[in-house]
Write a protein that binds this ligand. Sequence first.
Ligand SMILES: *Cc1c(COP(=O)(O)O)cnc(C)c1O
Length: 400
Amino acid sequence: MSERFEGSFTQQEPIPDEGIEAAMRVMQHGRLHRYNTHGDEIAEAALLEEEFAEQVGAKYCLAVASGGVAMSTALRASGVKHGDAVLTNAFTLAPVPGAIAAVGGVPVYVEVTADLVIDLDDLAAKVGQAKVLLLSHMRGHICDMERVMAICNAAGVTVIEDCAHTMGAAWDGVPSGRWGRFGCYSTQTYKHVNSGEGGLLISDDAEGMARAIMLSGSYMLFEKHRAAPPIETFAQIKYETPNISGRMDNLRAAILRPQLRKLSEQAGKWNARYRAVEAGLRDVPGLTLIVRPEKESFVASSFQFLLSDWSSEAVADVIARCAKRGVELKWFGGAEPKGFTSRYDSWRYADVPDLPETDKVLAGIIDMRLPLTFSLDDCAQIARIIRAEVGAVWQEVGVS
Ligand SMILES: *Cc1c(COP(=O)(O)O)cnc(C)c1O
């Protein structure tokens, strides 16, 4: 009998004890709303913002209800209005074009390369079509940030970073999220810290952050924020900015604070798992590993490889064979969006352009999560199973 993997690809670690205890305290006092503070008490949400700003070296931070809210808030705070075009990667996850749609914007997709990052030549060609780029570091792959900023700065295009998969990561030593005007993070269960739902937004831009705080639903209580711009910044903005409630509560903030303190330790564990899978998948005929650039320091909560130029039947066969042996792979190129959606042509509320380079990548990209509940032995076993099944299908199709 061939070996079978018995672990769960969707099982994250428990919340650390410290987080559980902090959450208990919030529930015991009952002041879950971030602006419900007693005397000179500082809300957990305000402390979370202060600590995360400090951790990434940003002036300002705002905690919100989800990564999607962080992105739509950043877009709106950057002046995106109904009908405005917004550039974004063609390979990303549904909440990214969804955030653009939420503010009435129109996604303009930029091709992605076989390194799974935005194609900067295609960006340079399209940069004149919009005033904002929502750059998604999809699956934690970071493009050449110096070049993307040079292209966008020259064209007067604002960059907003989607760091849902790059919390704790950096390009050339500068944290992901610190390159653009805004950095947006998700604290949803499958990301790098887990509060069920939640998001964080960072910026050095006082006016942009004042607008973001108003947008998030601050009820003129912005003075209770700590990682926020000076009060004078709000003088006019407070009258002009709608309140679109999307706040984070103190319970989630309490759960997150101890997790953020462990982030770099966790990153080390994720990357050890990534390297274990990578080592096990070296030199498999027909399977292409993603080369990680030297300037990129990543946090690998998931793993990708390419079956480039394989027929869709052969790819589907690999997925089915691995699934039988307990290895749950995602094929982002699958024709029907099931369980997740990452194909730009399944987002039919927006124009579906012709993107041959992205189509080629999507047709062969295989993805899996690497939760920290996997041991290094688990990772080696997963790689052995993939290796065997890719090899078996490759032999069948390669010979015929
Ligand atoms: C998860 C995710 C987000 C934000 O997700 P929420 O579920 O809204 O917190 C944004 N971008 C990418 C690429 C994601 O995977």
